[in-house]
Ligand binder design. Sequence first.
Ligand SMILES: *[C@@H]1O[C@H](CO)[C@@H](O)[C@H](O)[C@H]1NC(C)=O
Ligand SMILES: *[C@@H]1O[C@H](CO)[C@@H](O)[C@H](O)[C@H]1NC(C)=O
Ligand SMILES: *[C@@H]1O[C@H](CO)[C@@H](O)[C@H](O)[C@H]1NC(C)=O
Ligand SMILES: *[C@@H]1O[C@H](CO)[C@@H](O)[C@H](O)[C@H]1NC(C)=O
Ligand SMILES: *[C@@H]1O[C@H](CO)[C@@H](O)[C@H](O)[C@H]1NC(C)=O
Ligand SMILES: *[C@@H]1O[C@H](CO)[C@@H](O)[C@H](O)[C@H]1NC(C)=O
Length: 498
Amino acid sequence: LGSIRCYCLKALTIASERQQHRVQHGPCSYTFILPEVEHCRPLKDIQVTNTLQSDSPPEPESDTSQTKQSKSQKERPSWQERKLQSLESAMENNTQWLQKLENFIQENVRSGMEEIKRTAVHTQTAAMLEMGTNLLSQSAEQTRKLTDVETQVLNQTSRLEIQLLEYSLFTNRLEKHILLQTQEISRLSDKNSFLEQRLLALEGRYGRELKGLQSEKQQLQELLERQSQLVSQLQSELGSSSLNSTLMQRQQAMLTDTVQQLLAKASHCNEISNMPEEEPLSFKDCAEILRSGVKESGIYSIRLHNSTQTVKVFCDMKTRGGGWTVIQHRRNGSVDFHRGWRDYKMGFGEPSGEHWLGNDIIHKLTSSQDYSLHVQLRDREGNEAYSHYDHFYIDGEDNNYSLHADSFSGTAGRTSSLSHTGCQFSTKDRDNDRCTCKCAQLASGGWWFEACGPSNLNGIYYPASSSVVRYNSIKWYYWKGPNLITTMTTMMVRPANF
Ligand SMILES: *[C@@H]1O[C@H](CO)[C@@H](O)[C@H](O)[C@H]1NC(C)=O
Ligand SMILES: *[C@@H]1O[C@H](CO)[C@@H](O)[C@H](O)[C@H]1NC(C)=O
Ligand SMILES: *[C@@H]1O[C@H](CO)[C@@H](O)[C@H](O)[C@H]1NC(C)=O
Ligand SMILES: *[C@@H]1O[C@H](CO)[C@@H](O)[C@H](O)[C@H]1NC(C)=O
Ligand SMILES: *[C@@H]1O[C@H](CO)[C@@H](O)[C@H](O)[C@H]1NC(C)=O
Ligand SMILES: *[C@@H]1O[C@H](CO)[C@@H](O)[C@H](O)[C@H]1NC(C)=O
């Protein structure tokens, strides 16, 4: 091979333009310069370049001889021909060899190229495989996502379809409903038209009746006008008559005026006639005052019999004809009646209110002439009752004001609640009763106690609200028993022959 190489190099150095092939094999590198096909063809021709001839190393002698032969060709053409033939075969050999070489080289090159190609393909395929796997995984993911989306879309569509179905059902039902409604409406409109016809008929009838009524109304109005005219006439007549009545009223007023003037004059005359009498008059009791013409209850002065002493007393001019001189009166408990002998002797309180006239005065009054006693009572319910004694008087102090009362009558009990005749007067400081006890202290006040007795109008005045029974309260036993709670007591005297 080394020789071949060297030969080739020498043979082909000039052909620089020709194709070069470099092959690396281990430490050796091979450079091949391949002959052109154009230059190869003319090999069969006789014309061969001098350089080639001169450069052929294996046979330098023949080579030189060849040149010599070419010079001597003219002389010996056969030799030259032989020489040419040999050269030609050599050339052929060379070309064959070269072809073989070329084939070899080409094979080598092809195998190397294939190897290179294979390695490159390997690496490339690996990369491609990687990429492929990546792509595959990506695509798988994408497909998965796509399937998800698809399922979702399917789900949505299915739901929408379901809703659509429901809606269609609903609309169907609505349509049915609407159909029913329209049928109903048509029926109603039929009815309505029927009713309208009836209404029209009724309207016609009522219009006729209305006309009749209107004519009646006009007649009535005419009547009314006539009536109102009559009424106005009557009113005018009434006005004139009322004028007449006012005239009469005025006349009446004038008459009453004159009457009053006359009365005033008459009373004045009376006063004039009374006045001189009143001054010297001294009444001995209320009966005399009443007889003198005074009819009003109130406080008056009396002069006791055979005495210059005047006493203010309350005169009751209303009860049973009036003329009563009040000797005891209680009404609201404002005066204390639980007093001693002297107070009862002299009297206490005011004639206008609660009052005890005084035992001395009562004695003087009732002993001067025959008197009757009237006891007037009122309980807390407002019931009134009385006890009446036709004859009543009390003794003087020397007889301890002994009581004398008889001829009992009245509504405050069928039996007299006063003590018997001769019963002496007792106070808390003068005990003249027939009890071993002291009735005036037990029962309180001053009274004609017997064995304390069934009565004591000078006991403690308990208010009407009190409901407890007390031994020391005001008592008039035969009217209400021990339960009497009075709101008023009055003892009064009047001449028995009044
Ligand atoms: C050509 O090659 C053959 C065999 O390869 C050989 O026998 C022959 O001598 C060669 N001819 C020349 C002229 O070299
Ligand atoms: C649709 O999706 C809902 C939840 O989003 C699920 O409850 C339902 O079962 C799904 N329906 C179908 C038909 O897949
Ligand atoms: C009113 O009185 C006059 C006389 O004063 C009398 O002519 C007339 O009729 C009276 N009228 C009535 C309505 O009484
Ligand atoms: C009162 O007057 C009468 C006569 O009218 C007389 O008999 C009597 O004694 C007199 N009494 C006293 C207390 O003066
Ligand atoms: C009792 O009556 C008298 C006379 O009307 C009056 O002045 C007095 O205020 C009365 N007292 C009570 C406690 O009502
Ligand atoms: C009057 O009462 C006193 C005691 O209070 C007595 O001493 C006197 O005897 C009594 N008089 C008569 C007449 O009973």
